[in-house]
Design a protein around this ligand. Sequence first.
Ligand code: PMT
Length: 222
Amino acid sequence: SISGDFSGKKVMITLGPTQEAIDPVRFISNHSSGKMGLAIAKAFRSRGAEVHLVCGPIALSIDPQSYRVYSVKSAQEMYEAAKGIHAQMDYCVFAAAVADYAPAQVASEKIKKSDPEMSILLKKNVDIALELGKSKRPGQVHVGFALETEKEEVHAKAKLDKKNFDLIVLNSARDEGAGFQHDTNRVKLIHRDGRIVDSGLKLKSEVAEMILEELKKAAVWV
Ligand code: PMT
């Protein structure tokens, strides 16, 4: 194993999108590539941590020698995998773009084209970060993400409180070169005490290092 300032620490990262099946050939999903989550994984790993990746369907290659990988599709599967390892973790980073809703029923056969309009009833998915936040033990650190399009800081702070995060990483879908797919991101790191650090536009690898630095500065670092 690698020695570094996170040696001996166990880290879980959720990353990528989730896929919510409509029928055997179709699903609802989003544009997450997994790049941000994997950049954080690399930063932790290079600094000595044991990193567990709970990973939605992504095209990036992940070295199975370097990470424990739990491959999932739906939000429900992501929740079950994360819940199974959560208690052992020192750090949990919720970088996945989890679908908030899924089809209420998955059709067992391919849905046929007939009417000019059709609708699909959706039901709310489990909120993974919210649920695991309820069982966060003292000393355990949860880092959330927020992807917003308006009133960014207000919404991000509300999520920090509601989901019991220690730090939230806010990216705006309005910022050029930030968010989904890009190799760069611009984030605001919002601490529990209200302190905000703006990363400026940087490579996701550099943003990841900044997140680790902020975690070390946070009051929870004991
Ligand atoms: O993967 P990339 O292409 O590199 O893009 C990176 C990213 C934009 C996906 C990433 O930086 C990011 O912002 N991830 C979170 C996106 C998101 O779904 O944000 P949210 O505001 O909807 O969710 C808030 C937090 O709750 C997030 O930590 C999310 O992982 C978590 N959540 C949300 C819903 C849910 N059902 N379960 C969750 O755990």
